[in-house]
Design a protein around this ligand. Structure first.
Ligand SMILES: [Zn+2]
Length: 265
C-alpha cells in the first residue's frame, strides 16, 4: 500500500545517515527537515544506546496454537555423513514464534508479505505498559490513560503493548495461550488507525481471540501486526526506536521477524 511510502520510516533514517556520511549540500528548506531527521537518527549512531532483542528464539517446542504445526528442521546433507556441507530443510508455519501478519492473513484480496514495505519495522516507537493479565480486553481508554500519564503516541510510531505475557512463554502453550492472554478491543484498534501508527506489536499470540476483529481493523488499514514479542519490560523508556526486517516471501500470510529495540540512554 502507498500508505507505507508516505510514512516516516526506515528509509528516511538510511537516507539521513547517507546524507550525513557524505556531507551532501542541501537547500535551506531541506536543512530544517534534515535537522529533525538527524535528531531522530542520532540513536542509531550513538554508542550510548541499549539494544533489546524483542524476538524469541524460534524453535520446535515453543508455544503455538494447537492448529499450527511447529517448526521442523530436517537435514538432507550432513558433514558427519561425508557430505561437503550441512544443509537442511526448515518447515514452519509463519504464525508461530515472533512474526508479522500480512493483510492476506484475514482478507482474501489483501497484500501478502512480499508487498509490505521492508522498512516498516524501522522507526520511532512507543511502548504502552498495561498492568493486565488473563483474557483482559484492552480498551481505547486504557491506551489513553497510559498516554496521559506518560507519553502520547505519535503519528508514524510503532506501538508495542507491554502486558508481561512474554514471561509465560517458557511455561508452554497451556500457560501462554490456554490460560488466556490480553486482546485488543476494536475501539482501541481504531484508535491506533486514527493515530496513523506504523505497526502494532503484542507479546501474546494475537491481539484477538477467536474472531479476528482487531486484525481486520489494523490490517485493513495497512497496519501490520507483530505477535509473540518479548522483553518489552526491559525497555527502560516510553519512547525508543524499533529496527528489523523480514524475508520477502511471495504469497505469504505472515513471516518470522527479528526485531530489536534501540533505546536511547
Ligand atoms: Zn499471526
Amino acid at each position: 500500500m502507498d500508505k507505507y511510502v508516505t510514512k516516516f520510516s526506515g528509509f528516511s533514517y538510511l537516507f539521513a545517515m547517507l546524507v550525513m556520511l557524505h556531507s551532501v549540500n542541501v537547500s535551506a528548506a531541506d536543512k530544517d527537515s534534515l535537522a529533525s531527521i538527524n535528531t531522530l537518527v542520532s540513536p542509531l549512531i550513538n554508542d550510548r544506546m541499549q539494544v533489546v532483542d524483542l524476538s524469541h528464539i524460534q524453535k520446535h517446542d515453543m508455544p503455538a496454537a494447537s492448529a499450527l504445526s511447529r517448526p521442523s528442521q530436517e537435514f538432507f546433507l550432513q558433514l558427519k555423513n561425508g557430505d561437503n556441507y550441512n544443509i537442511e530443510s526448515i518447515t514452519y508455519t509463519p504464525h508461530t514464534g515472533t512474526h508479522m501478519d500480512a493483510p492476506y492473513h484475514v482478507f482474501e484480496d489483501g497484500m501478502s508479505i512480499e508487498s509490505i514495505d521492508p522498512t516498516v519495522l524501522i522507526g520511532p516507537a512507543t511502548v504502552v505498559r498495561l498492568n493486565v493479565s488473563g483474557n483482559y480486553l484492552i480498551t481505547k481508554n486504557d491506551i489513553q490513560d497510559w498516554e496521559s500519564a506518560n507519553a502520547p503516541i505519535q503519528e508514524g510510531d510503532a506501538v508495542f503493548l507491554d502486558t508481561a505475557q512474554d514471561k509465560l512463554w517458557e511455561d508452554g502453550s497451556d500457560s501462554y495461550i490456554g490460560d488466556g492472554y490480553p486482546t485488543l478491543a476494536t475501539g482501541a484498534a481504531n484508535y491506533f488507525v486514527g493515530k496513523n501508527v506504523r505497526f502494532v506489536g503484542v507479546e501474546a499470540i494475537s491481539p484477538d481471540g477467536v474472531e479476528p476483529n482487531a486484525h481486520k481493523v489494523l490490517l485493513g488499514n495497512g497496519i501490520p501486526v507483530v505477535e509473540n514479542l518479548r522483553n518489552l519490560g526491559k525497555i527502560g523508556t516510553s519512547r525508543f526506536y524499533s529496527i528489523g526486517t523480514f524475508p520477502a516471501v511471495e504469497g505469504a500470510t505472515g513471516v518470522w521477524v527479528r526485531l530489536l529495540a534501540l533505546v536511547p540512554e
